[in-house]
Write a protein that binds this ligand. Structure first.
Ligand code: TRP
Length: 323
């Protein structure tokens, strides 16, 4: 059993793109692996400094994950800042990390280009991420392509640490899913909060319906043959097995069914698919104390593991001056 580890940004309302792109994959991991998954609220602070929003988004991400199937019995699930030792390890790693390595960070440069302030947290974001992974001995780290460089940096930092002080850190392997499909949004671009083209999973029925009805289609009429190479078809297929996809293709290719009707079917398919998840989400919303308990237990489990990795680090670096 491998230790699979990943952090998730608490970045607001969850949508189909997050779900099919990454969450369902994470949740599957817990069946056969030792899954460590946490909400990276320290990371979120690098680009958003608003206490009330951070608090809200953190709880919301926790409730989303738990509702979608994260099982605290099978995995270790916590909030990053509940294990402050990660900040200690970040500091220690920062002394073996060259400024040049951080300066080559493409994600950092992209964020500046988008207008984010160049604060030190944003700059050393990859060191905190390295600490996240190394503090728990993560062996496999499932991330999207955009995080590949951060993972290479983690490996560089771990190797450098081991060479400098002694071989105590586990060098992780990336697990980049080549076929994580690009989930199209309402307008056909990648589904993303920043393009405002998402379909939220836990929005109200009305909002979800409005979003589905606004998926952009061409002007083919009811009695025309429709092209399956389109956003509506692709989004619908996320919910269908092979047979269902053939039937849908048939519907597109046989005159008689309009886009409006197909969108209504998609809407009810989405509602059916997420029905139990949505009920669970409502439950947690009403019982947030239970969510706090789950996170507390997760943090206790994670903290014990963190100590087993941090103790040798303190020893080889000389921080543990009493031993
Ligand atoms: N940087 C990652 C992202 O934006 C989130 C993250 C933080 C992470 N720490 C991690 C991912 C550790 C994997 C492992 O998606």
């Amino acid at each position: 059993m491998k230790r699979v580890l990943s952090g998730i940004q608490p970045s607001g309302q969850l949508h189909l793109g997050n779900y099919f792109g990454m969450m369902s994959r994470m949740i599957h991991y817990q069946e056969e692996n030792d899954l460590y998954c946490f909400i990276v609220n320290y990371h979120a602070m690098t680009s958003m400094q608003d206490g009330a929003s951070l608090k809200e988004n953190t709880m919301s991400a926790a409730m989303d994950f738990l509702s979608l199937g994260m099982d605290p019995e099978k995995s270790t699930f916590w909030v990053q800042s509940d294990i402050p030792q990660v900040a200690e390890l970040t500091w220690i790693l920062s002394v073996v990390t060259s400024v040049g390595l951080m300066e080559r960070g493409t994600s950092y440069k992209d964020k500046l280009a988008k207008g984010l302030k160049a604060n030190m947290g944003l700059f050393s974001y990859p060191i905190l991420m390295a600490a996240d992974i190394l503090l728990f001995g993560g062996e496999i780290v499932p991330v999207g392509k955009d995080q590949k460089q951060h993972l290479e940096m983690t490996r560089d930092i771990a190797i450098r640490f081991n060479q400098t002080f002694g071989d105590v850190l586990i060098v992780p392997a990336p697990d980049i899913d080549k076929d994580t499909q690009l989930i199209p949004g309402l307008d056909g671009q990648k589904m993303s909060k920043s393009y405002n083209n998402t379909i939220p999973i836990f929005g109200s029925d009305k909002v979800i319906q409005e979003k589905v009805m606004s998926i952009v289609t061409d002007s083919s009429g009811v009695n025309e043959v429709k092209n399956t190479d389109c956003t509506l078809f692709k989004i619908f297929c996320l919910f269908l097995d092979e047979n269902g996809k053939l039937e849908l293709a048939d519907k597109f290719q046989t005159p008689g069914t309009g886009y409006g009707e197909i969108k209504k079917e998609l809407f009810s398919t989405i509602m059916k698919h997420f029905k139990l998840f949505r009920q669970k989400r409502d439950y947690y919303e009403q019982h947030q104390d239970q969510v706090h308990d789950i996170l507390k237990q997760g943090a206790e489990k994670a903290s014990a593991v963190a100590e087993t990795f941090l103790t040798p680090v303190r020893d080889v670096t000389g921080l543990n001056y009493k031993a």
